[in-house]
Design a protein around this ligand. Structure first.
Ligand code: PDD
Length: 277
């Protein structure tokens, strides 16, 4: 497998990461996951734009252009012969002896990337998954795709220990998102999801789904809904780069609707499948 780090492509043995990397000390960096279908990147520009936005929100100046990331990603796909899988890109503030404040003078950010093969999660997409409700104790800048994922990790683990695939995060009684996905409810033919604020990550798949709803004439309300309302939804689904549109068939062990993927969810999945490469 060929990896990319610090401007170079290298075998795993050639990877050198400093113990002083601020990603390692502080989670001081940002990342993206981009899906690859049949050897082709999907919504790569949107992901790379969000990488630049996340970096700028934490005052990291990425020493690359968008086109260079596209070239790196395509090179990783071809040298590693990836068909279905994803690209992971990470940028940390750089390597410098441990002090909380930014290094002075500034150091060069460390950019790394790799590609992995992994098939589409067909079973989950067809049959649906279960989720566990977990209180959202993350910070107030969830709009940044930061490497600091401890809140997300603990929430996912809690769900996992309960035999669930994902955590349904709630804050002050309102549904936010998943630990690594966005959450949608369907009631009386209308789609509900949390609006874009500092409290959620504006998922690229979320944006694709909202565009598909528009194309299909499905009405959407980007308005927070309560955890109580979540249990009353006719359908529920989550979205993410790797999970695409995955139906949620139970919340805390109680069935959503009939307990089967709902018709509107299936309609959106079909529309989604038509526009991937
Ligand atoms: N997770 N919300 C959170 C907290 C996420 O971590 C993610 C993505 C999403 C969905 O975003 P998108 O549709 O752009 O993938 C929402 C990635 C896949 C991960 O951490 O692996």
């Amino acid at each position: 497998t060929i990896y990319f780090i610090d401007g170079q492509f290298t075998e795993r043995d050639g990877l050198k990461i400093s113990i002083d990397d601020r990603g390692y000390y502080f989670g001081d960096g940002v990342y993206e996951v981009i899906k690859v279908y049949g050897g082709k990147l999907y919504t790569a520009k949107e992901h790379i734009n969000r990488l630049f936005q996340s970096a700028s929100k934490i005052k990291i100046a990425i020493p690359y252009e968008e086109t260079q990331f596209m070239e790196i990603a395509n090179e990783l796909i071809s040298t590693n012969k990836i068909l279905d899988g994803h690209i992971y890109i990470q940028v940390t503030r750089g390597s410098s002896p441990r002090t909380h404040h930014f290094p002075q003078p500034a150091v060069t950010p460390v950019v790394s990337a790799y590609a992995v093969s992994n098939p589409r999660p067909v079973a989950a997409i067809e049959n649906g998954v279960s989720v566990k409700t977990v209180e959202d104790v993350r910070w107030l800048r969830c709009d940044i795709k930061s490497l600091n994922l401890l809140g997300n990790v603990l929430a996912k683990q809690e769900a996992h220990e309960a035999g669930c695939t994902e955590a349904l995060l709630h804050r002050n009684g309102l549904v936010m998102e998943g630990s690594s996905s966005n959450m949608f409810g369907v009631k009386n033919g209308k789609v509900y999801t949390h609006p874009v604020t500092n409290l959620i990550l504006n998922g690229i798949t979320r944006q694709v789904v909202l565009a598909l709803c528009k194309d299909l004439g499905i009405s959407v309300d980007e308005k927070p809904f309560t955890l109580d309302e979540a249990f009353e939804m006719d359908e529920f689904f989550l979205t993410s780069t790797t999970s695409e549109i995955t139906p949620i068939t139970s919340i805390d062990g109680s069935k959503v609707g009939s307990g089967q993927p709902g018709p509107l969810t299936v309609k959106l999945q079909k529309a989604f499948a038509l526009q991937i490469p």
